[in-house]
Design a protein around this ligand. Structure first.
Ligand code: C2E
Ligand code: CA
Ligand code: CA
Length: 398
């Protein structure tokens, strides 16, 4: 499998001609070109929808950095490769910027472009297909049905101990019923709920349902720790800890069985109430995890300031750690930081055996990812718990 359409953005016509040949030789079906960022955006506005965009950085009119910012703003869904003659640290920091802005960046190549470098970069993108439901628009009526009429269904994904390969926890991930047989991924619904003041309701309903399922989850006779995602938007209401505690305890599990993951993906300043809320959540027994670590702003300050118990390395870093020096360094630093602060460290997005080995060598506590188990409905997750270690996982144990 390769790319359907590539858009090459470069001001040098000689480079464009060379790159066109190389992309076609690498198996890309069709190549379009633009001579700078503005021309590229005009083509996208006119309906061009490349699944890969290759861009130069130094272009006279609208440079690659501006283009990347514009692509991030319009949530460009394709993959991006930076191909430039700038020194490596410059290219790497632009790639990092692009990743922080949520673009799906495959990596970067320093000119001259060769067929080997191109083949290597192109092979990176093919392992992670997008979930098929991801693009469906979220509607207020489906959101209401989820919150009020039973349309909210937690899936569970195993967290696996890197020391012994056993299941050591589960993350609950919301799924929204869109038809009687079809579930949508949550991200658009979470954003919609945040915009419409429904996020707390979504969280409370989700928490109650998760707690009811978690009553059945045991490993080696002990209750299995479960994680629930909460939105930073909820860190404003002072009764949040009380409602969360009554939601789990009402369903029959102690708060100490539950870790709340607060996502860091969007740049979001916690309000003055956050410290109060975090402290009281901890006093009630909840664990607190900083999710997607490395993507937001002032992560390190936050670790000092708030009583977190766990740090979760964002999957873009995990996924890129073996191919991108910046991602690798981020992962290594995150592990050191977590250990210094006495936090449990979890890596998500673990998809390959090489990735597992690398993280194990750093001393990461728990791993989560498709290599071990995908998110699955509760009944299936129960079976996984009964079987013990996930199948692929057997081979991971020394
Ligand atoms: P997240 O908390 O970072 O969750 C991890 C996401 O990565 C999940 O996507 C999971 O299905 C996916 N994933 C797990 N392992 C792998 C892997 O090995 N490779 C790849 N490519 N992906 C993997 P999902 O379920 O679509 O959830 C997306 C996001 O939606 C979550 O990201 C979380 O931020 C948010 N979310 C999910 N459920 C809830 C919820 O109940 N409340 C709130 N506030 N947010 C939620
Ligand atoms: Ca999470
Ligand atoms: Ca994450």
């Amino acid at each position: 499998m390769s790319y359907r359409q590539v858009l090459i953005v470069d001001d040098d016509p000689v480079f464009r001609a060379l790159a066109e040949d190389l992309f076609l030789d690498a198996g890309c079906a069709e190549v379009a070109m633009a001579e700078d960022g503005l021309a590229a955006l005009a083509k996208l506005d006119a309906g061009l929808a490349p699944d890969l965009l290759a861009c130069d950085l130094n272009m006279p009119t609208h440079d690659g950095v501006s283009l990347i910012r514009a692509l991030a703003e319009r949530r460009f869904p394709g993959k991006v490769v930076v191909i430039s003659g700038e020194p490596n640290p410059v290219i790497d920091s632009v790639a990092k910027l692009a990743r922080m802005q949520g673009l799906n960046i495959l990596g970067s190549i320093r000119k001259p472009l060769t067929d080997e470098a191109l083949a290597e970069i192109l092979s990176r993108g093919l392992a992670t297909p997008k979930p098929s439901h991801e693009q469906k628009p979220a509607t207020v009526s489906l959101l209401d049905a989820a919150i009020e009429r039973g349309g909210l269904h937690p899936f569970f994904q195993a967290k696996v101990s890197m020391a012994d390969g056993r299941i050591s926890g589960a993350e609950a991930l919301a799924r929204i019923a869109v038809t009687s047989t079809d579930y949508a991924n949550p991200i658009h619904y979470v954003e919609l709920a945040e915009r419409n003041n429904r996020i707390d309701d979504l969280t409370f309903v989700m928490t109650r349902i998760v707690a009811l399922h978690a009553r059945e989850f045991f490993v080696g006779g002990r209750p299995l720790p479960v994680s629930i995602n909460i939105s930073p938007v909820s860190l404003k209401r002072l009764d949040f800890p009380d409602i969360m505690a009554s939601a789990v305890e009402g369903a029959g599990i102690p708060a100490s069985q539950v870790t709340l993951e607060v996502t860091e993906t969007r740049l979001f300043d916690y309000g003055p109430e956050a410290l109060d809320i975090f402290a009281r959540l901890r006093i009630k027994g909840f664990g607190l995890s900083v999710d997607d670590f490395g993507t937001g702003a002032s992560n390190i300050d936050r670790l000092q300031m708030y009583p977190f118990t766990e740090l979760k390395i964002d999957q873009t870093f995990t996924r890129n750690a073996l191919i991108d020096p910046f991602a690798r360094t981020s992962v290594e630093m995150s592990v050191r930081l977590a250990k210094d602060l006495g936090l449990k460290i979890v890596a998500e997005g673990v998809e390959t055996r090489d990735m597992w080995d690398f993280l194990a060598s750093l001393g990461v506590d728990e791993a989560q990812g498709y290599l071990m188990a995908k998110p699955m409905p509760p009944a299936e997750f129960l079976k996984l718990l009964e079987r013990g270690v996930p199948q692929q996982q057997q081979s991971l144990r020394a």
